[in-house]
Design a protein around this ligand. Structure first.
Ligand code: NAP
Length: 441
């Protein structure tokens, strides 16, 4: 079993971006890709909406992205398809199809999806023999042929444009009279003489001579028409596959897209999703790389928090620590700044991640008595939460200070997660109460 801090699954634009940032941050990370790096853009001919590249082929952009990540030392394993991911305590265990396993504190899922099928007779039978879901991969086999592209979205129009290089005639078959594709793609494709729209029409069957496609049957205005074609290129949407990798439940929407918060965190602590497999408005390369950047930067923080929490609560069950770490907020304070003040409501609990803090008690005469100096791994703020009273001491940053803050419910569930953890926090709180009351110093 190989151990990493972070495993990135998927080598498309999102995965390569996450990998680039992880490598630059010197994280212990690996990117696993089931095929070759590039992902969905390898199936795209020309990309004209990625800033800085007025026109670039999908293959070229994929190569540039991979080279960029490799330049910073990213470890990439290609042809390493992942079979399943399961949660074990605070780790994610990633089982590969070849039987090997990897383990990590955090995982970023960037596996995209697969094309939706029409689900009509003949589609499966002629897949690879005239039925295709990738014009860039298969278009050149159909030089001088009559072809049909099915769908009215960006993919149908973009891939349709590519097919106009080879087709004698291109039928655009769509179930509605309007196309949802971007205007620029629509105008370009529909302006071509060889393009013929068939709308509103639904494909009923794909047929042929047993070895290759020869026709499609479409229904239009209640009548079935047979259109002779040698190739059928289907672009009727996309099915995300990220959720299928999980043995445990992971939140997804009704179409299977993984639901995340604004940091790209899924419902499983330490599991992030970016790119086309995530529920979002736009499936663009630009959004995929943005999502991935957010995911990896947050994952880096999550991993640090988790390690800090494990140092502070060695007895707590690891899965509870992982859950708690994902709920905590990082707060930073300059030297001298007050983190919590005597007399205030007690609603937060803190663990020191970096730096030192001093605990002071204000006496009735207004003077201050220093009670303690706290270091990385120490915690504070539990006394007021457990007693239900206002803060009975002030904590101030002694050096630059980074703390992890947790709400009162989070502390209570951490304490109830194991007898030893609950007893230990209660013991510390009790001894501090006595000191702060002046009974023991
Ligand atoms: P899409 O936008 O969901 O379009 C799917 C098309 O297939 C729609 O026109 C839909 O019809 C039709 N359709 C769906 N189910 C069907 C069925 N069972 N039978 C017949 N037709 C059916 O999918 P997409 O074109 O693959 O694009 C996916 C995402 O990638 C989109 O967000 C898109 O913007 C993005 N993308 C962007 C670019 C680019 O920026 N250049 C290129 C490609 C893809 P209705 O219109 O009636 O629903």
């Amino acid at each position: 079993m190989a151990d990493y801090d972070l495993v990135i699954i998927g080598g498309g634009p999102a995965g390569l971006t996450a990998g680039l940032y992880a490598a630059r941050a010197n994280m212990s990370a690996v990117l696993l890709e089931g095929k070759d790096v590039g992902g969905e853009i390898l199936n795209t001919d020309l990309i004209e909406d990625y800033p800085g590249f007025a026109s670039v082929t999908g293959a070229e952009l994929a190569q540039k992205m991979a080279e960029h990540a490799l330049k910073f030392g990213l470890k990439i394993k290609t042809y390493a398809p992942v079979k399943q991911i399961r949660v074990e305590g605070d780790r994610k265990v990633i089982e590969l199809e070849d039987g090997t396993t990897h383990r990590a504190y955090a995982v970023i899922i960037t596996v995209g999806g697969e094309p939706t099928k029409l689900g009509v007779p003949g589609e499966a039978e002629y897949h690879g023999r005239g039925v295709s879901y990738c014009a860039v991969c298969d278009g050149a086999f159909f030089k001088g042929s009559d072809l049909a592209v099915i769908g009215g979205g960006d993919s149908a129009f973009q891939e349709g444009l590519f097919l106009t290089r080879f087709a004698k005639k291109l039928h655009v078959v769509h179930r509605r009279g309007e196309f949802r594709a971007q205007a620029i793609l629509r105008d370009r494709l529909l302006a071509k003489d060889l393009v013929h729209t068939v709308t509103p029409a639904t494909v009923k069957e794909i047929g042929g001579d047993g070895t290759a496609v020869k026709w499609i049957d479409v229904e239009r205005d209640g009548k079935v028409e047979r259109i002779p074609v040698e190739g059928v290129f289907v672009f009727v949407g996309f099915k995300p596959v990220g959720g299928q990798l999980f043995a445990d439940h992971i939140a997804h929407d009704e179409n299977g897209y993984l639901i995340t918060d604004q940091f790209m965190q899924t419902s499983i602590p330490g599991v992030y999703a970016a790119g086309d497999t995530r529920a979002q408005l736009a499936k663009q390369i630009t959004t995929a790389v943005g999502d991935a950047t957010t995911a990896v930067l947050h994952a880096e923080r999550y991993i640090e928090e988790l390690k800090d929490m494990e140092r502070a609560f060695p007895q707590a069950p690891r899965e509870v620590v992982a859950e708690t770490a994902s709920r905590m907020k990082i707060l930073t304070f300059p030297p001298g700044a007050v983190v919590m003040r005597q007399g205030e409501t007690s609603d937060r609990f803190y663990v020191i991640a970096k730096g030192e803090a001093i605990v002071v008690h204000r006496e009735p005469d207004g003077s201050e008595r220093t009670l303690n100096t706290l270091h990385a791994g120490d915690y504070f703020g539990e006394v007021g939460i457990l007693t239900g009273h206002a803060r009975n001491a002030t904590v101030r940053a002694k050096t630059s200070l980074e703390v992890l803050a947790l709400d009162a419910d989070g502390l209570r569930s951490l304490m109830s997660s194991s007898q030893k953890t609950g007893d230990e926090v209660a013991r510390v709180a009790k001894s501090r109460e006595r000191i702060e009351d002046g009974a023991a110093d």
